[in-house]
Write a protein that binds this ligand. Structure first.
Ligand code: FAD
Length: 401
């Protein structure tokens, strides 16, 4: 988010410095599933999830886990999350995210055209594979919903899935294919965008952690960083799952919580998938990189607990092995975990923060931060520059908490 916003602001003539605690692109954007899929762009609080959530809570291998904690701000977040699972709210959120995501994927495609081969961008579609007839049939209403928002889709029988995507070797009953979806290599996507930002004049300072902020209202702010003090006229907070801490420094409530997920990098499968695959019932995301296979999954609402749960990692691997030919004991090249930055209502915060000063937000993108990054950068820069925004900013209002 930080890189995308910085690039768009620099293109409008602003002098922009990105302060990064670690290294650019090493946060949640590093090892995500790399999907750029408008067909799957919806807020996390989903009415369909509620009936299963209680069951999942007590299953150590379930794809969703909500950590029990007695911390008041965590409980407040959870209450907001539960209240946001209303169908009408979910549908309004999905509509806005699909629009932001469609424009963002087009913008990513333009980046790929300017730097061919740099981050493995491919628009080969997404295949959602179903193993149970009931879930295949039940999916139809959500397929129709996104179709009404302009997402093209095809329904494939089990035979068509086997024929058109021979990488699927496990038993299945059919799939939905979304031909306009894309995928890429996430870390290289960030570094490619960062190179463009640098060329547009952005200064990157790595290893600079912001640990204190003074100043108020529309006036300048002084940032205390581990690499010295920095005075800024305008501040964009794009610190992902760590945004709540920045909010505390600014005296603004930013209820952004980390929802942990894992990804594993494996050797190429045989046959290797030609497109992204979603193993629906197992909630496993598959992304075929040119020289590797990335599989990802689980969502653990845990605040900022960064530990690795070996059992859940193993469930992802077992799930992929059941459906793809990965060999008997595939060598895992990398095991990664990341914290998705989640607001209670599952919608990103894009725009001016509460208080009316020069503090702006681009955070809380939960499961959709790569696929909506370029559009978010554009929207934020348009709002900050007083241009007419390309998207309706209302669903993303940053002062709603
Ligand atoms: C397993 C998994 C799979 C996913 N798959 C997808 C997918 O396929 N498609 C998709 O669109 N999204 C996906 N996501 C979600 C996506 O990864 C996130 O939404 C996105 O990375 C969030 O980007 P961000 O810029 O907000 O946060 P980050 O990438 O985490 O960046 C925040 C940055 O802020 C820095 N920072 C924090 N605090 C400070 C400070 N005090 N001072 C200075 N710097 C600071 C951090 O070091 C970090 O680099 C997935 C996530 C996970 C975990």
């Amino acid at each position: 988010m930080g890189v995308a916003c910085a690039r768009e602001l620099a293109l409008r003539g602003a002098a922009v410095t990105v302060l990064e605690r670690d290294r650019i692109g090493r946060g949640c954007s590093y090892g995500n599933a790399g999907w750029l899929t408008p067909s799957l762009a919806s807020p996390l609080p989903n009415p369909a999830m509620l009936p299963k959530a209680m069951q999942w809570m007590f299953n150590p291998e379930s794809p969703l886990y909500i950590q029990p904690r007695l911390d008041p701000s965590y409980l407040r977040w959870l209450a907001g999350f539960l209240l946001s699972t209303r169908k009408a709210k979910y549908e309004r959120g999905t509509e806005a995210l699909v629009e932001l995501c469609r424009a963002s994927v087009d913008l990513w495609e333009e980046v790929a055209k300017r730097a061919p081969g740099s981050f493995g961008f491919e628009r080969h579609g997404l295949l959602a594979v179903y193993e149970k007839a009931e879930s295949f049939e039940a999916a139809r209403s959500s397929v129709d919903f996104v179709a009404r928002r302009g997402i093209r889709w095809e329904r494939w029988t089990a035979d068509e899935v086997r024929e058109r995507e021979p990488a699927i070797v496990g038993k299945q009953v059919g799939g939905y294919f979304y031909p306009d979806d894309a995928h890429c290599e996430p870390y290289r996507a960030v570094t490619t965008l960062a190179a463009e930002a640098r060329a547009a004049g952005v200064t990157f300072v790595e290893g600079a952690e912001v640990f204190g902020i003074s100043g108020s209202g529309a006036g300048p702010r002084m940032l205390k960083t581990t690499r010295g003090d920095v005075k800024v006229d305008r501040l964009v907070v794009a610190t992902g799952p760590w945004s709540e801490q920045l909010g505390t420094m600014l005296g603004v409530r930013l209820p952004v919580l980390g929802a942990k997920g894992y990804s594993l990098l494996l050797p190429r499968a045989n046959p290797h998938p030609t497109r992204s695959i979603y193993l629906i019932e197992r909630k496993v995301a598959v992304n075929p990189h040119a020289d590797a296979l990335r599989i990802a999954g689980t969502l653990e609402i845990v605040r900022n607990d960064f530990s690795i749960n070996a059992r859940r990692v193993d469930v992802i691997l077992r799930g992929a092995k059941a459906m793809l030919n990965l060999g008997d004991s595939p060598v895992v090249r990398e095991t990664w975990r990341g914290l998705r930055p989640c607001t209670p209502d599952g919608m990103p915060l894009i725009g001016r923060a509460r208080g009316g000063g020069e503090v702006w937000l681009a955070t809380g993108h939960q499961m959709t931060g790569l696929k909506t990054a370029t559009g978010t950068g554009l929207l934020l820069a348009q709002l900050m520059s007083g241009e007419t925004p390309r998207f309706d900013p209302e669903p993303f209002r940053a002062d709603r908490y």
